[in-house]
Design a protein around this ligand. Sequence first.
Ligand code: PLP
Length: 417
Amino acid sequence: MKAETTIIENAELYDVKKIREDFPILKKLIHGKPLCYLDNAATSQKPQVVIDAINNFYLSQNANVHRGVHHLSEVSTKAFEDARIKIKEFINAASDKEIIFTRGTTEAINLVAYSYGRKNIREDDEIIISHMEHHSNIVPWQILCEEKKAKLKVIPVNDDGELILEEFEKLITDKTKLVAVVYISNSLGTINAVDRIIAKAHQLNIPVLLDSAQAISHTKIDVQKLDCDFLAFSGHKLYGPTGIGVLYGKEKLLDDMPPFLGGGDMIAKVTFEQTTYNELPYKFEAGTSNIAGAIGLGAAVDYVQKIGQNSISYHEQSLLHYATDLIKEIKGLKIIGTAKEKCSIISFVVDNIHPHDLGTFLDYEGIAIRTGHHCTQPLMHRFNIPATSRASFAMYNTKAEIDKFISALKTVIKEFS
Ligand code: PLP
């Protein structure tokens, strides 16, 4: 991979040692060795402020939201809605009505497939995704296409793991009714040129959904500038809790969409004859939400903003280039995903060593990486491999950890040969 230097404006170097102090789990020993956590693309660790926010909610704020007139219910409602506003500002949405709390990226994409999809997709219509999608951004569209007798079209990927945009421009036609693509690939680290995809789709008035599960923690997202129509992400990849995520949608589109789930909170009035629905965003938040999760995610957003997203990107890019330069020198190892624009994810295969064996060996050294198909089986088929090993770096990782990882990697390769 060509280690291109990405210029990140207003980035400041930060003291990574100080940042590590904020993450209690990083002090843990695994098999007697210091934890070297390089599985951040699967989920990130949580800073103390996020753990405290969740604790504090259950210790002193817990009550159901929106329904009570009592003090605690007002406190929890305010904390929950404040979290929504923080997220609205974090991604620069035009209104907090456009921020729907979900369980995560998967549920957010399913919401669009079930609600927008069932209303707007008809027989012979086409939906475009790409060859590097996570299963979360494949299967909901497949289910929809099967039900509606619509077609799923796939943007191909080149040998570097980049989308072939010229092919996208050929795939898009007046039959295309939605484009749903991943912003940053979890398996390859590729940062897709989503601005080009959105511009092209909008020429034909086709809405675009961005799977931003990875992008949310690696790059500053401004939904108004991007002009995407839907955007989905999970809290747990952004140093927040599991079980909470966000669907952003343009208000006009969300307004026109029918509810996804029915139940409490999403209604205005219910009679046996007819139900009318609540206004946005509550129309899409049936049942008791993950209140503590939303508050925890709000704390994570505060924390990330305090460190500075540009500084985090700068730090992660320097780790990416440092690790790439070292890893590509290892004989018998091949990096899968050598795009020009990449985030801090390195997938690789090693001759004659199954990724699971490699991952198990590294675990004995306290090094956590991910091995497998990363929920991107079609992409694995594209590269003719069953699986990869994947190291992914976050704001708290260090060059010393990369040295340790590379050294352990060399040892395992030597032992297996
Ligand atoms: N999309 C991408 C690109 C991902 O990396 C992931 C998780 O790894 C998902 C979707 C699904 O996220 P979740 O399991 O949090 O819903």
